[in-house]
Design a protein around this ligand. Structure first.
Ligand code: ATP
Ligand code: MG
Ligand code: MG
Length: 548
């Protein structure tokens, strides 16, 4: 069994087991079901599951569903699918909303201890009286209500006697605390909304800072891992666990969230891209969602390896998105069969090849992985090559096809360009070439050398295909003042071209992955592919300047 990568959180776990502070490790992954998971969540998933795994502990999948307005069962199902696809199995599957009754009872404990009160101030007034880092907050005029009045009002809040925003339950801690989170934070708000799990049973909902520590404590979570923004909330987390008299004391530990260049990483922003129809759904191949990466063609293994490599630290930083691409190339290198596809076709007639002849040529499926065997590809008088593998007036050092030049067709023969056929507008529509039978691939021909090798497909047998080529969706993240990420959408993030692939591609199934010679790695798109229309998403091109 392999160890999870060493990091400061793993060190804490090791220490806690050694000293006997804990005899078992329980972690949780606690998404709010208000959107689909993204690559940032993958970091949290891998961290939580692998840490518990290594020490024979447990990891729960817990939906942190305390906000009825934004949550939906569609998201619950999508999140479950994504966690499984990433390769993890949860121990318990829980919903924070299943703990509402217990949370309510614990709030009563706080009220009875004089540690919580019902406040009539509006959200705006509460914000305004909170003070600043240099100035203490102002106590609410309702702060000193009697315990009995608070118990009565809180119960009536639950019964639905008040409108949204009319009252809240606040913790009574310290309006002068240097930590703003401790200045009587709101614990409950009123929201007459239907909840995806509890329906209309509740009209008061707990706030994150109150709910989360109780959820962790109920489940016996030992190490509650969250992102750095919550560091200042930790004293409140501990306060809630202590004062609500939870038997179990979980420990909150913060780590840096994953940020990627040219990528927005927040469900709220990603939802905007979906709602504004800038993408074709949460799983659009340009999205940094797990479902988008999957549809693009990323493997779960490549995502796990990427996340392991970036590691866990205590300081925020931004990771180059090319690093993620590096990991999928590495993963597919030995797994994906090589094949030839022409994205922008140009017809070539081989004038000295017999009209009705077809021969089958042998081609290796992956020179780096001979176990993948060989395939047979047809060759005949008419083929397609790539438009930009021909130039009528080439610059220096252009070694591909031009009038009078000879190139190697991958797996086939040398061909030489003799005539260029154009339409009325002067566009090149066809080339007439001759081939040299002596130069057949695999025969060991050494008579002469050519500098260029190009790919092709046989015109008569080719299968037509659509190729979807991607660039980053976001050019710059909101850097200039007064702009948002929506002002930096790359208008050219998707290019669709139509070409041809080898005939054996008729067998390709959705989510199959290939390396198209010279073009990169592609995935058969699960949304648009039909029996008549084969659609490929380019996962990544072959080369990158990125070095690990
Ligand atoms: P978002 O802003 O995208 O909605 P979130 O933190 O609100 O993110 P949650 O559903 O609450 O989303 O997150 C579930 C878990 O995933 C949390 O523990 C959170 O800390 C973690 N997480 C979310 N985004 C990242 C990220 N970019 N890097 C690492 N962990 C993340
Ligand atoms: Mg959250
Ligand atoms: Mg969020």
């Amino acid at each position: 069994e392999k160890n999870s990568p060493s990091n400061f959180i793993r060190n804490i776990v090791v220490e806690d087991l050694k000293t006997g502070k804990r005899d078992q490790i329980i972690t949780r992954f606690p998404p709010e079901p208000n959107g689909y998971l993204h690559i940032g969540h993958a970091k949290s998933i891998v961290l939580n599951f692998e840490l518990a795994d290594e020490f024979k502990g447990k990891t729960n999948l817990r939906f942190d569903d305390t906000n009825p307005l934004k949550e939906d069962t569609e998201y619950v199902e999508a999140i479950k699918e994504d966690v499984k696809w990433l390769g993890f199995e949860w121990d318990g599957l829980f919903f924070a909303s299943d703990y509402f009754e217990e949370m309510y009872n614990r709030a009563i404990i706080l009220i009875k201890k004089g540690l919580a009160y019902v406040d009539d101030l509006s959200a705006e007034e509460i914000r305004q009286t909170r003070g600043t880092l240099t100035e203490p907050g102002k106590e609410s005029p309702y702060r000193n209500r009697s315990i009995d009045e608070n118990l009565d009002l809180f119960e009536r809040m639950r019964k639905g006697e008040f409108k949204d925003g009319e009252k809240v339950l606040r913790a009574k801690i310290d309006m002068a605390s240097p930590n703003l989170n401790l200045r009587d934070p709101v614990l409950y708000r009123i929201s007459h909304a239907t909840h995806h799990n509890t329906g209309d049973k509740w009209c008061i909902y707990p706030m994150y800072d109150y709910a989360h520590p109780i959820e962790d404590a109920i489940e016996g979570v030992t190490h509650s891992l969250c992102t750095l923004e919550f560091e200042d909330h930790r004293p409140l987390y501990d306060w809630v666990v202590r004062e609500t008299e939870m038997e179990h004391q979980p420990q909150q530990i913060e780590f840096a969230r994953l940020n990627l260049t040219n990528t927005v990483m927040s469900k709220r922003k990603l939802k905007l891209l979906v709602d504004e129809k800038i993408v074709d759904g949460w799983d659009d191949p340009r999205m940094p969602t797990i479902s988008g990466l999957r549809r693009r063609g990323y493997t779960s293994e490549s995502i796990r390896n990427f996340v392991r490599e970036i590691g866990v630290a205590k300081a925020n930083s931004k990771v180059d998105a090319q690093m993620l691409e590096h990991f999928v190339r590495e993963d597919l290198k030995l797994k994906a069969p090589r094949t030839m596809g022409v994205l922008r076709p140009l017809k070539v007639v081989i004038t000295n090849y017999p009209e009705d002849q077809v021969e089958m040529l042998e081609a290796e499926n992956n020179p780096e992985n001979p176990e993948m065997g060989n395939r047979q590809i047809p060759f005949s008088r008419e083929i397609y090559i790539e438009q930009d593998d021909f130039m009528e007036n080439p610059p220096n050092k252009y070694y591909r096809l031009f009038p009078g030049n000879e190139v190697r067709l991958k797996h086939a023969y040398f061909i030489k360009c003799n005539d260029v056929i154009k339409d009325q507008n002067g566009n090149v529509i066809e080339l007439h070439c001759t081939y040299d039978p002596e130069t057949k691939s695999g025969t060991g021909f050494t008579g002469r050398k050519v500098k260029g090798t190009i790919h092709w497909v046989d015109a008569k047998h080719a299968v037509s295909a659509e190729f979807r080529l991607y660039e980053p969706l976001i050019l710059e993240e909101d850097q200039e003042e007064g702009t948002t990420f929506l002002d930096h959408i790359n208008a050219n993030s998707l290019e669709v071209v139509h070409g041809f692939v080898e005939p054996n591609m008729k067998e390709a199934k959705v989510q199959d992955k290939f390396q198209f010679f010279r073009h990169g790695y592609f995935n058969v798109d699960p949304r648009y592919t039909t029996n008549e229309n084969l659609v490929f998403n380019r996962i990544v091109s072959l080369k990158s300047s990125f070095k690990l």
